[in-house]
Design a protein around this ligand. Structure first.
Ligand code: ZN
Length: 245
């Protein structure tokens, strides 16, 4: 057995002991059942861990992650996770959460080719090529990447909401909301891209992804929302949430 990972096992013991000290019933409860209310579909990026940014304990969020939080509608992995979360765990919320400065999105905008994960990113690359003139008109490279990160989340929200798993849940009257969020690795804040989808009718009423490329939404964090509510208007009191690059 290799010894260079001993520190991880040592840290694990410290963590388990700490948890038990804080809450003697913790692992007994964990062993009984998981009842998460949320499914998180996020990026594999090591900086964006669902439990940490949501400040949730183990057991509270069901997670699927892949490079650039792409929803491939023929991906057995994501579809199985989605079905288990919606049909079995009965989660109330499906959250597609991308993040700014995403390496996968940077790769798409750099027109990189040849690797398996370029193939994985193909739906994003196709959208970029289709609207290349618009994206390339954003002179600042970081802003261009961040805009693509946002539009990617909007596209994946549409894709997940188009699966029969979500459609069937809505059709049988199950309470289920689909969200599109962005996480800022530069400030730790989550932003809601809106709108939240709670029915087939709401999904069908969405503008097309091509329209959204041309007329982008404005993501809002809780910090900004609270500031806007405090000032009672839509000025810049809370500062813009989209990163300035
Ligand atoms: Zn990423």
């Amino acid at each position: 057995m290799t010894r260079d990972l001993d520190h991880l096992f040592d840290q694990n013991v410290v963590w388990a002991q700490q948890k038990t000290r804080d809450d003697p019933d913790y692992f007994r409860r964990m062993a009984e059942q998981q009842t998460p209310r949320y499914l998180w579909i996020g990026c594999s990026d090591s900086r964006v861990t669902a439990n940490d940014v949501l400040r949730l304990d183990p057991g509270e969020v069901f997670v699927h992650r892949n490079i650039a939080n792409v929803v491939h509608t023929s991906d057995l992995n994501i579809l199985s996770v989605l079905e288990f979360a919606v049909d079995h765990l009965q989660v109330r919320h499906v959250i597609v959460c991308g993040h700014y400065a995403c390496g996968g999105i940077q790769r798409v905008l750099a027109n990189a080719r040849g690797a398996m994960f370029d193939h994985w990113l193909q739906p994003v690359a196709m959208l970029y090529r289709k609207h290349r003139a618009m994206f390339d008109s954003i002179a600042d490279e970081a802003k261009r990447v961040d805009r693509m990160c946002e539009i990617n989340v909007e596209m994946q929200v549409r894709r997940v909401a188009a699966t029969p798993i979500i459609e069937n849940a809505w059709a049988r009257g199950q309470t289920l909301h689909v969200h599109g969020w962005l996480y800022g690795v530069h400030d730790g804040l989550l932003r809601d891209l809106g709108p939240t989808l709670s029915s087939i009718a709401e999904r069908d009423a969405l503008p097309s992804i091509d329209e959204r490329v041309l007329a982008p939404g404005e993501p809002v964090s809780a910090v900004r929302r609270h500031a806007l509510e405090a000032f009672g208007c839509c000025d810049e009191a809370g500062g813009k949430d989209a990163p300035e690059g």
